[in-house]
Write a protein that binds this ligand. Structure first.
Ligand SMILES: [Zn+2]
Length: 234
């Protein structure tokens, strides 16, 4: 393990080859991922939770990246988690989880839905990158989910390709009470949509095989726009 000289003697070695340093030192320095450590699914999930806590607390670690880090990562990637999130500009996974370059393998699509290319990307993450953790990350106030609600309960229509996108969300809304207040309905629909995507992934042969071994974990989560907090679903 090593760290950049300017991390200084105040640097405290973390358990996975990172040096955690005080905020002042950090502004003049950078934390360097070394040794590309392999994480278990539980460790990966814990890292995301800790990163989100730092983000919420205003103590995120990664405002920039140094050339040494880029050079190291150019040799290859070993991200510890794959994130399927929404394209919404307010929910950038790397920032939300305070994760640096090379740490997260990210797919973003409106409404965090599945589709052939997305499934292919996730399959690549599992078969070639071997990320131990997969997270379906929805968010409160999701416009795609809102549009699906309008389509289902108010008969709203959209342009053709948006309609195709919404078809992936509509099954998630089947059991929802469309007469509840709009805000509560959207809140329920966002979570239902995440759970729907998770259940679709769970049904794939790869997921069943990998989850059975116990080395891979698949979790749903919802990001709260106002607080910055990620709520992991049971
Ligand atoms: Zn969204």
């Amino acid at each position: 393990m090593r760290c950049l000289p300017d991390a200084g003697p105040t640097g405290e070695e973390g358990s996975k080859g990172y040096y955690f340093i005080d905020a002042q030192t950090f502004r003049e320095s950078i934390i360097v991922p070394v040794n590309h450590p392999a994480y278990t699914a539980e460790e990966a999930l814990q890292r995301l939770k800790e990163g989100n806590a730092r983000f919420v607390a205003g103590e995120a670690r990664f405002p920039t990246v140094q050339k040494e880090v880029l050079a190291e990562l150019a040799k290859g990637q070993q991200p510890y988690a794959t994130i399927l999130g929404c394209s919404d500009s307010r929910v950038p996974p790397e920032l939300v989880f305070d994760a640096g370059f090379g740490e997260l393998f990210v797919v973003r699509v409106a409404g965090n839905v599945l589709g052939p290319s997305i499934l292919g990307t996730l399959q690549y993450a599992g078969a070639h990158l071997h990320t131990p953790l997969f997270v379906v990350l929805g968010h409160e106030g999701c416009g795609a989910v809102k549009a699906a609600i309008a389509s289902k309960f108010q008969g709203a229509t959209q342009k053709s390709r948006i309609e195709i996108l919404l078809e992936n969300i509509l099954p998630a809304l089947e059991t929802l009470d469309g007469t509840q207040p709009a805000e509560a309905l959207l809140h329920s629909a966002v979570e239902a949509n995440v759970r729907h995507t998770v259940s679709q992934l769970l049904a794939t042969p790869e997921a069943q095989a990998n989850l059975a071994i116990g080395k891979v974990k698949l979790v749903g989560a919802v990001y709260e726009l106002e607080t910055g907090r990620v709520r992991f679903l049971d």
